[in-house]
Design a binder for this molecule. Structure first.
Ligand code: DAH
Length: 369
């Protein structure tokens, strides 16, 4: 038995050399673990040798014991050493791929790379200005009926004033009526007066539609309506409000305005307002100086018929209103030459003219910076 055991003992030096070569060649921790299991696992080559010690004579065990145990200990040490080396190499490799160049400029987060359309930005700007003066924002539908878009606003039936706007009509209904894409934001005046008791102070920004298209006109455009109805509101208030608005919006110390007599069915008297500007430098407009005038809005005292059509007594209440083209003042302020480009949804145009989403305009924080 002991003879058989002693003859079964293999060449330990050769086995150790073979194991060491395997350890040295293991390319990663998984390969190293496979090697450990093959040698020191339950049925491993070295484990089997250790088990064979039990069958040896004490004499044989005396030499074989330390030899096999020594082999096991050296193998464990070699495995541990190789494992540490492989771990360090793996870490090194990861660090290499995850290397950060701290000198690179900060990459913008997705929320920052989008751009706010200039129209949305300008609506936010003018809302901030009028909100500061105590105005609320009112909205109405884009598809209007004849009453709100025309009749209540004192456009008489069949009157040429109705031809002032190149209206988009929806198909005629069975009762002969037809809806329109609102031609101005003035119907929101009507809706506001019908739904609220004075004092009323609102602005009504929104989309409007007319059959028109050239460099400064698009079939869909934007207006902001203003309406003040109270007992003593007068044109002096209107002039002050518009003056303050223009100074704040164009971010200048002074704006000179010119009020010209005009006609709108829903106001009496009616005026058009021009602002002074300097266009002597090519491609540039400056406000508050110069000898040019630019028309920016229509306004007037709300016609008594309109006040009456909206269920209020014109002997008790009076007020004023104005209507301004948002696209036009946006083009003027930000130097965008062609209105049609606003609505072509070209992302290159938007990334050039658009605004950073987190730069929300406020009077305190600055409108455009
Ligand atoms: N609704 C007019 C338009 O689109 C603009 C306007 C003029 C509105 C005078 C008003 C106003 O409220 O008083 O052409």
């Amino acid at each position: 038995m002991s003879v058989a055991a002693s003859t079964a003992l293999p060449d330990l030096a050769a086995l150790e050399a073979e194991l060491n070569a395997g350890v040295a060649a293991a390319a990663d921790e998984a390969a190293l673990e496979a090697l450990r299991v093959a040698a020191l696992g339950k049925k491993g080559s070295v484990s089997e040798l250790l088990k064979s010690l039990g069958g040896m004579s004490p004499e044989e065990r005396k030499t074989a014991g330390p030899a096999i145990n020594g082999l096991r200990d050296r193998l464990n040490a070699a495995l541990a050493e190789r494992r540490t080396a492989l771990k360090a190499a793996a870490l090194e490799k990861r660090l290499e791929t995850e290397r950060l160049d701290v000198t690179l400029p900060v990459r913008e987060a997705p929320a920052e790379t989008g751009r706010v359309h200039p129209i949305s930005q300008v609506i936010d700007e003018l809302t901030a200005i009028f909100a500061d003066m105590g105005f609320a924002v009112a909205e109405g539908p884009d598809i209007e009926d004849d009453f709100h878009n025309f009749t209540a606003l004192n456009f008489p039936e069949g009157h040429p004033a109705r031809e002032m706007h190149d209206t988009f009509y929806l198909p005629t209904k069975e009762d002969g009526s037809r809806l329109v894409l609102r031609t101005h934001t003035s119907p929101v005046q009507v809706r506001t007066m019908l739904a609220n008791k004075p004092p009323i102070r609102v602005i009504c920004p929104g989309r409007t539609y007319r059959s028109d298209s050239d460099q400064t006109h698009t079939p869909m455009f934007h207006q902001v309506e203003g309406l003040v109805i109270d007992k003593g509101s007068h044109l002096g208030h209107l002039k002050w409000i518009l003056q303050e608005f223009c100074k704040a919006f164009f971010e200048v110390e002074n704006v000179t305005m010119r009020f010209r007599p005009s006609f709108f069915p829903f106001t009496e008297p009616s005026m058009e307002v021009d602002i002074q500007c300097d266009r002597s430098r090519p491609g540039e407009i400056r406000f508050g100086e110069g000898s040019d005038w630019l028309e920016i809005l229509g306004c007037g005292m709300v016609h008594p018929n309109v006040i009456r059509n909206c269920g209020l007594d014109p002997d008790e209440y009076q007020g004023f209103a104005w209507g301004m083209g948002i696209d036009r003042i946006a083009m003027l302020k930000y130097g965008m030459p062609d209105l049609r480009a606003f609505f072509e949804a070209d992302v290159r145009w938007l990334s050039h003219y658009g605004f950073r989403p987190l730069d929300f305009p406020t009077l305190a924080g600055g409108l455009s910076n």
